[in-house]
Design a protein around this ligand. Structure first.
Ligand code: SAM
Length: 227
């Protein structure tokens, strides 16, 4: 089922003030480490231009610049309140309001693309992947982090209990929006696994180069190359 763009964006507009805090609690403060792992894999170099899609509050720019302070990062996100928080973190940020399905950039203009916890929100994932392919220079990489449903015997039950019962309570306690984390839960459980994402990326013109299933697939890190 495709998420409705207006509803998704207004969801993030509403939770923006508590987003970082909630993220950190829900991931047991591991989100920063996962972002650093992705940034290390992407290996940014001075003068390169990286595009951060679904840039949110800007944590990925900091993770990339911790590896290479002189990489240039362009952040794109449809939620203005999220981008305002980004601006507070990174004064000099280059930010644009926009969606993955229609990137406001020239073809073959960027050296790397990243998207952390954003793909779930794309209204048309394949179109988003095709747009990423369009803006990347030939041979370059794109990488994402995304939440999905974990595998195994016991862990999925523990995870489901945590995610479906405890996370909404945390969401309700921190946010004035009673439905704040209902969307998160629904979108994670409707999200496909790595096989389907690999297949969609292949249709967009990418080859998967590496992946890691973190917490038995509760978080996927995957890297693709434009051939
Ligand atoms: C869970 S947040 C992730 C923010 C940040 N990347 C992070 O790692 O914390 C998801 C972001 O996706 C954005 N978003 C929603 N629809 C989108 C779309 N169609 N294309 C790109 N981003 C979208 C939301 O505005 C939100 O900021």
């Amino acid at each position: 089922m495709c998420p409705d763009r207006h509803n998704v964006v207004s969801h993030f507009d509403r939770i923006a003030p508590v987003y970082d805090h909630l993220n950190s609690i829900i991931s047991w403060r591991r989100d920063k480490r996962w972002r650093s792992d992705l940034a290390r894999w992407m290996n940014p170099r001075s003068g390169q231009i990286f595009l951060d899609i679904s840039a949110g509050t800007g944590d990925m720019e900091n993770a990339l610049k911790a590896i290479c302070p002189r990489v240039e990062v362009i952040g794109i996100d449809p939620s203005i309140p999220m981008l305002e928080l980004y601006r507070k973190k990174v004064n000099s940020a280059k930010l644009t309001k926009g969606v993955a399905e229609s990137l406001p950039l020239q073809s073959e203009s960027v050296d790397g693309v990243i998207c952390t916890f954003g793909i779930r929100n794309f209204q048309d994932r394949l179109l988003g992947f095709k747009e990423i392919h369009r803006v990347l220079k030939p041979g370059s990489f794109w990488g994402f982090l995304e939440m999905s449903t974990p595998h195994g015997f016991i862990f999925p039950h523990v995870y489901s209990l945590y995610f479906k019962r405890i996370v909404p309570l945390i969401g309700r306690a921190l946010s004035s929006d009673p439905h704040a984390y209902q969307y998160l839960r629904d979108s994670v459980y409707q999200f496909p696994g790595l096989d389907e994402l690999e297949e969609e990326n292949a249709r967009a013109g990418f080859t998967m180069k590496d992946y890691r299933l973190i917490l038995r697939g509760a978080v996927i890190l995957a890297i693709f190359q434009k051939e």
